[in-house]
Structure formats: structure tokens, C-alpha cells
Ligand binder design. Sequence first.
Ligand code: ARG
Length: 559
Amino acid sequence: MDSLKTKIIEIVKRLYGVEVPVEFSAVPADIDGDYSCNVAMRLAKAAGKAPREIAAEIIAELPSEYSYAVAGPGFINITVSGQALFGQLKEAWNEDYGYNDSGAGRIAVSEFPSTNMAKPYSVGHLRPGTQGWAAKRILEANGWKVITDNHLGDAGTPFGIWATGFKLSGLDIDTVTIYDLGEIYIKMKTDMKAEEAAGKHELADAAQDWLLRLEAGEAEAVELSERFNKISLDHIHSVMKRMNLSTDYELGESFFVERGKALVQKYLNEGVFVKNPDGSVICPLDEFGIEVPMLMLKSNGAALYATTDLGCLDYRLHEWKADRLVYAVGAEQKFYFEQLFAVAKKLGWKAELQHVWFGTIDQVGPDGKREKMSSRKGVVLLEAMLDDAEKRVRENFSDAELSDEDVRKISTGAIKYSDFIGDRKTGILYDPAKIFALTGQSGPFCQYACVRMRRILEKNADFAGAEFGDYDFAAEKAVLQKLLDFPALVAGVADNLEAHRIAGYCFELAQEMNRYYENAPISTAEDSVRAARLWLVEKAAAVLERGLDLLGVEIPEKM
Ligand code: ARG
């Protein structure tokens, strides 16, 4: 109905020269019609006419696939014909229904999950992965060519800290795990802090020394670094595989160190950046209303997070020729990206830069209050969350004898979907009772709707594609309407990447299908009706799967 709303807004503007919001409400069951619109009443004063007269004038301009009546004090009641809706969907339907080409093949980069190398994958990098993947899929559905890049946190001192801690730990390089490395890192950080407080710097010196040995290409340092990186990357890949996430590139911060430094030097020479008395380099951003300049290089000439991001931005825009960069990173880095994007503007780099930010994952704490998710040991590992999710799914669906792959799809589907229940800018509450439930707005609820539709189609496979003559599609109106809304929805989220609107749509479509089965039996219907209804189920299944696919939610074989 969105296109009809737009049409009415257009007509009102043309006839009365004003722009008014147009809403439809449901018509009470005892009155003819499907939707009611009160726009004529809103216009009466401005137009100096009776609402009923205005309603009639608007109706005269409206498209003929619906029928209209002036009702009561001046409502426009709209009756939708099931056949007209069927005609619209049939005409619009194709292999790529719902997708569009507005991106026109322009290049976008979606960056996620940008995990850090020294530690095991924690829930802190769950949202970057789910949101970044959805951004990629939504952009692709809107005709963009998307490059994905995992901006690994691999620059700076972690190697020196790892190597020092590893040597002290007495662990064996052949058996050391990512969890050992994570613990070594945390312990070293604590010990180094204590050391610093005591005015000593033995550990810090040792870490620095390892870094120098690595830079000098010394064999042991190189071997350790390669081992650590492999352990870290294998772990990151295995978790991403469980989540069914992957990226085209994993260029990481360290890849951009030299490029970033060279750029800082270039813009320093050109006088765009400024050197502080202590030797550090900044980029003033006052002209963008940002009082705090961005620190581009450390006083000792070492690269910062921002140095590597500058190099990375340059690389994506000028090597990959990207028109749009999307960073799926938490809200804590909002100001950082405001600064970074302002720097790009100052340098005259033209592209659409977008920080797709989101809130934290919260849990209900022991005191019943909402808090950032954590465990007694500190961060919650994503693997632990996935293991727990699989356990819950096996319990909830114990009758279905699920395959391991289906358990994986349902558990990750539930977790991913929960990321899209609210606007991404709000935090999400990790509430297993809701997330894994088969009722209410959940991933499993939507997945089950797909599985059910597939089952119906299989059971009635002999009727697929059969003729159904001039079936009236009266019982199908609500579903048809919903299916017709899908393309505009996909187009509507292309700018702001509001994946939660897709999630809401999937839930509503699944609910609509459940209502539909109650009113419209399929297997027992006479042949032509049965064929028509199967046509609809097939389209609904495709749209629901397509919608969930945009969220990275996979469909299990059974559940
Ligand atoms: N690794 C960083 C973190 O975990 C996120 C990287 C975000 N991307 C970027 N281009 N700065 O906080």
C-alpha cells in the first residue's frame, strides 16, 4: 500500500498545494473496504472545502486497480481486489524479486567483524559481524558491488607482549592455544602495569626487544610471530565459519602502517596536518565544528590506530575505487569515526563514509539490572555463547532429531536475528528465553515459518505450476499486500542500513502466513484453489527466505 500512499501525497500536493502525511487505518469489519484514509478531513480547512467533496476529488485521480468510496464525514475507504494484487505480484515477480539496481554496480566496502588478534573472539565482536554482513547483503540487494574486509587488529605491540609472556610461561609452541595466548596477553598487561607503577620496565623492554627482533627479521621472532598469527587466524576463521561469515580480504591494521605514515608525512609537508612541539602530528578539524583535532601520529613517530585507518581509507578509495565505505563498529567509536571522516573531507576525498554503529550486548545481571554482557572471568567468548546456544536448541527441539548443521543454523539464526529486533543504535538484551523461543519475534519463529512453507510445497509438489483460472485471491489479500511491500522495503533501507526493518518485516510476513493457513486450507482445497494457494506459498517462501538471507539467517532443513 506504500505506493498508493505516495500516490495520494502526490495528488494532494498537485490539487491543493500542500504536503500532508497519509496514513491508512483498518476498516471495521461491518463496513465495506480494507483501508480507510482521513486525509480529506485534514485538508478541509486549508482547501476551504467540505471533506466529502475533497475525498471525491482525490478519488477521481486514483489508480483503478483498487475501488474507493467516500464514507462518513469524509473518509476515503479503499477496497483492494485480491485479483488486482495477484496481478501486480505476478507482473513484478522474477528471479530477483525484491532486489533493485539503484547501486548501479558502484563499489561499496563493508568492513566487519574487525576482530583483534591477541585475544579469543569475544561477544564484543558479534554485532560487528552480524551488522556488517547484513550491510553487505542489503547493499548487494540494492545493486552495489560489495567488497568485504576484515580489518584485523594486528598492529602495534601485541606481538612483543605475546612473545615475552610466552617465553615466561614455559608453554610449548606446538600445543599453545588461542586461549593460552589470550591469558598470556591479559596477564602481561597486568604485570606491565604493576611494573610501571613500581618504576620498572623489564617486561616492557623485553616486549620492545622482541618487536625489534621481528623487524630485523630474526628467525626465532619471525617463527613465533607466524605461529601466533596462525593460531589467532585459525581461531577467528573457525568462529566465523560457525557464524557463516566470511570476508573477501583481511588486510588488518598492520597492512596500512607504512601507507598511513607516508600520507601523514605528505599532508604535513603540504601544511594540512600540523606538528606539535612534542613531535606528534595532528589534523585540526575546527572547520567541521570538531574542536578536538585528530591525532595522526605519535610523538615518537610510531603509527596510531588513526594512522592505519588513514592509510586504509586511502587504499579503499583509491586502490579499490570504492564509492562508499561502511564500517560496522560499536557506538564507543562514534567520535573517532566522526573525526576520521572529517579528515577525509578535509583532504578532499570524495566518497560516502558511513559508520554503521550499534549499542552493546547486555544481559540481566545478578541484581536484576541490565548490564554489559560479561562472565565471572571477564569477557564472554563467542564460542561459549555458540556452544550454549546449541545446547538450548537441542533441548528446545529435541523431538525434531536435528542434524548438527541444522542445530548450527538454528542457534546462529536465533543469535543473529536477535541482533536485528530493535534499531541497531540501541543495545540488545541477550535474553535466551526469548531468543530461542518458537513463539514471539525470534529467529526460530521466522525459520520455522520457512520450513513449514517448504514442507507444504513438498507435500503438494504435484500441484506446483498447475493452472488456477480466475481464482479471486480474496483470502490471500493480506499476504499479497505484504509481499508487494518487499521491494520498497529493501530499497528503503539502502541508505541507513536499518536491517531491523527487514527483521520486522520477516516476522510480520511469518505471522501473516500463520493467519493465512487458518483461513485458507491448502491440501484439502479443490484443485484450482489448491494450485493458486501453492503459487502464493511459493512466493511467500521465497520472499521470507530472501529477507532472512539479508540478515544472514540460514534456513534449516527441518526443526
Ligand atoms: N579492531 C577494532 C576494535 O575491535 C575495530 C576496528 C574498526 N575498524 C576500523 N577501520 N577502525 O575495536
